[in-house]
Write a protein that binds this ligand. Structure first.
Ligand SMILES: Cc1ncc(C[n+]2csc(CCOP(=O)(O)OP(=O)(O)O)c2C)c(N)n1
Ligand SMILES: [Mg+2]
Length: 327
């Protein structure tokens, strides 16, 4: 493994903790009805957003999914604006009009996220085409889940990206389920990383719960894209530790999370944050007390984000159509 500065490793750790604690802080307000929009928590998948975004520059583009709080935070989005958006407030990153599934911060390259599965893939493709035409050397990352591998638009986009050698990274977050459908029931083989090959796209499959592996494969892929050797397809293997939507998939009193308990327990042991903590301590990079201090600092930041969101105003109903596109 390459030598990294402890400063860099601490930043990786802190980013994953910021995502995790922010996600977990939403559980209570979802359950007590303070948060009304559907929320897809990213707990368990933090290493992917973190490792990928650390390999990008601020100018590079990221397009997300319905489960994008982590992408937004890792790309540099403000936690206060994220939490305010989830509470539907005017100070939110989409001015309270979008909610959890429409997080964006174009200034920091988090161009947008939408709930339509596969919906942002062709948008990311367009951004990559634009930056190639403008010779900007920007790289675009298109995040999507394993569920999007069942959408035709992905294959059309792979073809066009391969044909035009676009600087785009197709980043598939394979958590083995699309809503409650296990991957074994919708694909003959668990082999998503192979779908880039017919389109002449360099492809990799890596452990998405190992933040350094995620960072390294992405850094390499960004290098290829910047040298005009893109696109690249990366499949990150991971697992969500919460329900598909909301903390535990209790929809109108019926429990719909059908994942086996043993499977969830197996993946809990591979928790990307606990694994990275163990790595940092074992290699004497950071002392346990320092990690605990970081956790406390982040807890404070999360608390302040909720206070900010709660004291922010709701949008003015008279401005309902203010940001709606008009010719
Ligand atoms: C085109 C489309 N079909 C169906 C849905 C309903 N839906 C929302 S999330 C989801 C599953 C997505 O699974 P995956 O892409 O693996 O992402 P994950 O939720 O596992 O992160 C589905 C089917 C949708 N939003 N859009
Ligand atoms: Mg999935």
């Amino acid at each position: 493994m390459k030598a990294y500065s402890s400063e860099f490793l601490i930043k990786l750790y802190m980013t994953m903790v910021r995502i995790r604690l922010c996600e977990e802080s939403l559980v209570e307000p979802i359950l007590n009805g303070e948060v009304r929009c559907p929320v897809h928590l990213y707990s368990g998948e933090e290493a992917i957003a973190t490792g990928v975004c650390f390999a990008l520059s601020e100018k590079d583009y990221v397009f997300g999914t319905h489960r994008s709080h982590g992408h937004y935070l890792a790309k540099g989005g403000s936690m206060q604006a994220l939490v305010a958006e989830i509470y539907g407030k005017e100070t939110g990153c989409s001015k309270g009009r979008g909610g959890s599934m429409h997080v964006c911060d174009p200034e920091r390259g988090m161009v947008g996220a939408v709930p339509i599965v596969g919906g942002t893939i062709p948008l990311a493709l367009g951004a990559a085409l634009a930056s190639k035409i403008r010779r900007e050397k920007k790289v675009t990352v298109s995040f999507f889940g394993d569920g999007a591998a069942g959408e035709g638009v992905l294959y059309e986009s792979l073809n066009f990206a391969g044909l035009r050698k676009l600087p785009i990274i197709f980043a598939c977050e394979n958590n083995f389920y699309s809503t409650h459908m296990p991957i074994r029931e919708c694909r003959p083989e668990n082999n998503i990383f192979k779908i880039g090959a017919p389109f002449c796209i360099q492809s990799y499959r890596v452990d998405g719960n190992d933040v350094l592996k995620v960072y390294e494969v992405t850094k390499h892929s960004v290098g290829l894209c910047r040298r005009g050797l893109g696109p690249v397809f990366i499949e990150f293997m991971t697992y969500r530790l919460r329900g598909h939507v909301g903390p535990d998939d209790n929809i109108q009193e019926s429990h719909t999370d059908i994942r086996p308990k043993e499977e969830i327990e197996k993946w809990r042991k591979k928790d990307p944050i606990r694994r990275f903590q163990a790595f940092l301590i074992k290699n004497r990079i950071i002392r346990r007390e320092t990690l605990e201090r970081i956790d406390r600092e982040v807890e404070e930041e999360v608390k302040e984000a909720h206070e900010y969101a709660k004291r922010s105003p709701y949008p003015n109903p008279n401005e309902l159509t203010k940001y709606v596109f008009k010719e």
